[in-house]
Design a protein around this ligand. Structure first.
Ligand SMILES: NC(=O)CC[C@H](N)C(=O)O
Length: 410
């Protein structure tokens, strides 16, 4: 009886499942079901440990060409909305979750994450053991991978591994120009509730900038002129900036030669500089240090960092796979140019990786993490204040004239 009633019922709460498979370049394979768009996604498999903020994560341009594994097991439960997007689109190349929420439940939700992934053509996989994937990546390192769903998932494993190996590795990939903008734009302080006159102007290079960064400047009264990644030194000075900012961004910092050259001219001209993440790596390179690939990177919103100058510990938001190779012990002369002394100002308390650089003879500093948060804790927002203070001090003491070098001024 019960059996026949069940057969007659037209209602089914279980959606039809489409097979999907995650294939890692070392041959490890995880089978699950399709999530978001159906198709093929290739990229570097990395894991992100944030328990919240999945929308900010997937719209962070630094994740371009990466397949992101969320270690939090339940994803999508608050849906997505226009206000929380950190850029104009989703940038993760593919998305890997354990258990996708079937129904979002939040008053701010405008659409389900599944629908948003579909709308933007982002291929994902769900129902895989994300803990096993994470442990694998932690032991073997971030690596090339592919998500294949629908008909593609039925292909021969060897053929799928071949496809995964055909893509370029993250090392050597230049991606900042791909995610940047074509046209400059300005974010005015008044747009974010500032009622007085602007206190300064920052020229911000968009190497993959997140919306929250200009917002932080604007809230503090700073005009933010956002420029494409290809901006020249002359484009920067044309904005009449009191300071220059370089954002986070995807790809290998070893490929950022044009931005390193631009930054050297900024430093030569003694224009105050602040960089975050990719911007920190570019400052490191401009000063003559190398960069290297971390085994599996730092991605999450609870990464402990020590500010070595104050002894304060910050809980930070991070997303980096590369790091600066600079000596931890004491200030050193910058190996390149005549930039004077530099010190490692911040280090990771998990693994001693360089998390910040400070020039002692120039108004320039940077951090490897994300003081703009979004998502993540706000511990590091003081860095925006520190940069504004630096710009205003340089302005007051008159040592900075954009477009001229320190020698020319003397
Ligand atoms: N968020 C970032 O700016 C990342 C910088 C660089 N692409 C890295 O992976 O290290």
């Amino acid at each position: 009886m019960t059996h026949s009633r069940r057969q007659e019922s037209p209602v089914s709460t279980v959606p039809p499942t489409v097979p999907a498979v995650l294939v890692l370049e070392d041959g490890r394979i995880f089978r699950g079901t399709s999530y978001g768009a159906e198709g093929t996604a290739l990229g570097e498999a990395v894991f992100a440990t944030g328990m919240t903020g999945y929308q900010e994560t997937i719209t962070d341009p630094s994740y371009a060409r990466q397949l992101v594994v969320q270690t939090a097991p339940h994803i999508g439960n608050t849906g997505v909305n226009a206000a929380d997007a950190e850029s104009r689109r989703i940038w993760v190349a593919g998305y890997i979750v354990r258990d996708a929420a079937r129904r979002p439940s939040n008053w701010r939700s405008e659409q389900s994450l599944d629908e948003e992934l579909r709308d933007q053509g982002v291929v994902g996989i769900e129902g895989v053991d994300t803990r096993a994937i994470t442990r694998h990546l932690r032991e073997r390192g971030a690596m090339r991978a592919g998500i294949f769903s629908g008909a593609g998932a039925l292909s021969d494993d060897a053929r799928l591994i071949e496809q995964v190996l055909e893509q370029p590795a993250m090392t050597g990939s230049r991606l900042a120009e791909e995610v940047s903008i074509d046209q400059a734009y300005v974010v005015e302080p008044a747009e974010h509730g500032w009622t007085g006159e602007p206190v300064a102007t920052v020229a911000a290079l968009d190497l993959g900038i997140k919306a929250m960064t200009p917002t932080h400047f604007a809230r503090r009264g700073v005009r933010c002129v956002v420029l494409p990644a290809t901006a020249t030194f002359d484009d920067i000075t044309a904005a009449g900036p009191d300071g220059v900012f370089m954002s986070n961004g995807p790809g290998d910092p070893a490929t950022a030669e044009p931005q390193v050259e631009v930054l050297r001219r900024v430093l030569d001209a003694r224009i105050p500089f602040f960089g975050i993440c990719f911007g920190n790596q570019i400052l490191g390179r401009a000063l003559g240090f190398g960069t290297y690939k971390l085994p599996y990177g730092h991605r999450g919103i609870n990464q402990p960092v020590l500010d070595r100058r104050t002894g304060t510990v910050e809980i930070t938001s991070q997303n980096h796979g590369f790091a600066v190779d600079a000596p931890l012990d004491g200030p050193v002369q910058a190996p390149a140019g005549s930039y004077g002394r530099v010190e490692v100002s911040h280090i990771s308390l998990n693994d001693d990786v360089v998390e910040g650089l400070a020039c002692l003879d120039l108004p320039a500093f940077s951090v490897q993490y994300h003081p703009e948060a979004a998502a993540g804790p706000h511990d590091s927002a003081y860095l925006f204040d520190r940069f504004i203070e630096l710009m205003l001090t340089e302005k007051r003491t008159g040592t900075t004239t954009p477009g001229t070098t320190a020698q020319e001024e003397n």
